[in-house]
Write a protein of this length. Structure first.
Length: 137
């Protein structure tokens, strides 16, 4: 089973994400989304960012998490490369290691506007977690 699969949708793009843990699912979702935006191998790890969110539902938290990463990219040019996630009670915490995006070095792919709630799903199936998220491009 692939950890991250791209889904082609008319006018948009999506990901189907798998992991053995909920934290891994959120890490894989971030890795997959950044991979749609740029070549993740070339991102230089020069900065660290911390993100904290209140968990209402896992689905809502997934969309908020990905949209926080889009905000950091759009506002500050920050691109995450390595993600460390934890859930403690109703708090989601993420440590993001990455750097400032350089289109000549990193290469620009898709311009993602936002993660959406359209056809959003997140569930545990057997021993694996699976999510589907669609991005507005």
């Amino acid at each position: 089973m692939k950890r991250i699969e791209q889904i082609d949708i008319s006018g948009d793009v999506g990901l189907r994400i798998h992991s053995e843990s909920l934290e891994g699912l959120f890490e894989n979702a971030a890795t997959g989304m950044i991979g749609l935006m740029t070549n993740t191998i070339k991102i230089r790890e020069t900065e660290q960012r911390e993100i904290s969110l209140k968990v209402e539902t896992y689905e809502n938290t997934l969309v908020q998490w990905l949209n926080e990463l889009v905000f950091l990219f759009d506002t500050y040019g920050f691109t995450g490369k390595v993600f460390s996630i934890s859930f403690q009670g109703d708090t989601f915490s993420a440590s993001v290691s990455g750097g400032i995006f350089d289109p000549e070095r990193d290469g620009q792919k898709l311009l993602i506007k936002a993660a959406t709630y359209h056809n959003l799903s997140l569930r545990k199936t057997g021993s694996y977690w699976e999510a589907t998220v669609i991005f507005d491009i």
